[in-house]
Write a protein that binds this ligand. Sequence first.
Ligand code: AHR
Length: 497
Amino acid sequence: TKAKMVIDKEFKISEIDPRIYGSFIEHLGRAVYGGLYEPGHATADELGFRQDVIQMVKELQVPIIRYPGGNMVSAYNWEDGVGPKEDRPRRLELAWRVIETNQVGTNEFVDWSKKVNSEVMMAVNLGTRGIDAARNLLEYCNHPGGTYWSDLRKQHGYEAPHKIKTWCLGNEMDGPWQVGMKTPTEYGRLAAETGKAMKLVDPTIELVSCGSSNSAMPTFPEWEATSLDHTYEVADFVSLHQYYGNRDNDTANFIANSLDMENFIKTVIATCDYIKAKKRSKKTMNLSFDEWNVWFHSNEADSKLEPWSIAPPQLEDVYTFEDAILVGSMLNTMLRHSDRVKIACMAQLVNVIAPIMTETGGGIWKQSIFYPYYYTSVYGRGIALNPVVSSPKYDSKDFTDVPYLDTSIVYNEEKEELVIFATNRHLENILHVDVDIRSFEGFKIVEHVVLENNDPKASNSIREEKVKPHTNGQSYTEDGLLVGILPKLSWNMIRLK
Ligand code: AHR
């Protein structure tokens, strides 16, 4: 099977905002307790954070991490999580029906995020609470001092303000599962007024208005149109969330789901631009794809969980090789739209639908999806280029004209490096790609990393890493042409200098 593409320095999409490689930690399952925080663990530091986890998160170079939810934030009292740990209340956590001990809260998470070189993206509760709780939390975090909430922060041992820049106005407020679900008008009004008060407290912050929980919501995209009509001027981003699953075991169809993601992004852009036109606004709304991943393996196990335990295993998907293929294509899709997608958060980061898994009291391991995320984050920095692709296509249950070749191109001017991320969706054949790299004369392949496996369902565990990349890719350059050799069903990174 053969494909062609042209890559040129001049075909620029956009400078890539590094925050496109963000992630997410929710108070859910063992993400916090038994994940990043485990006092008494062999690797725990003086604050109780697992250093094996810190190390592995640092490998991913995650620039921003969303916190503390997720569904959990919609009934969360942030005040429960600050001050002396022994005074913190245990609460019924309604989103996941567990007991929250509040041993980790805002300040601890800020401490941890510094250890992993990340910024915090903080979400406020617009489910059970509103303007007051949000503006108080912001004053607690960002105001220098001399007021009730900022002085309380100092009293809690944090002299300097946290300077948290990016804030989410609630989470998935369109979802019937959400505590305090709202109509788009109810949400739009509350978010606009909350955002207004927050920007009075600190005008330097950026705000994310809630979009739909996924592209299949019956209220999509009317939710965006109606809520943005209220929040357009105060918000800087609108959020998108999307998870995919291979529930009917159809690999060809499953790995084509990035086409749905692409359509979702395009529709949200169109809706934002419609509101822009309607308002005669000069401002262009950007997108924050702040939850995305594969999520379905753990659904059944989770449905059997008894309520009201503390940090039980929840949403512990064990990812397969084919999941990693789709994750790679989801990253490609966002890079191709990096002119509007400025923030994205892989959901989530540790133990809960995560690239990194731990054993409570034990070791740590990498899931299959760790690898496309790792390489794209580490090497996908710079300018996204728009490749002109001609690829043979296939049809699947839900999609027509699925290109076998899925790709994104990044040019790093500083390092004088050209990086090609390329997936071969063909389940049986090698894909040969003739790449015209005319404006990159003299560039040679530094490495061709391949993630491949004969078994689409292969997965990793603490005992065995079956899905891991190798660097024996067969691509080569010849007379200003790059010949990409992409094994059947594979994710690839070809790096040239
Ligand atoms: O990431 C898991 C959950 O998925 C989040 O809590 C919620 O926002 C989404 O429905």
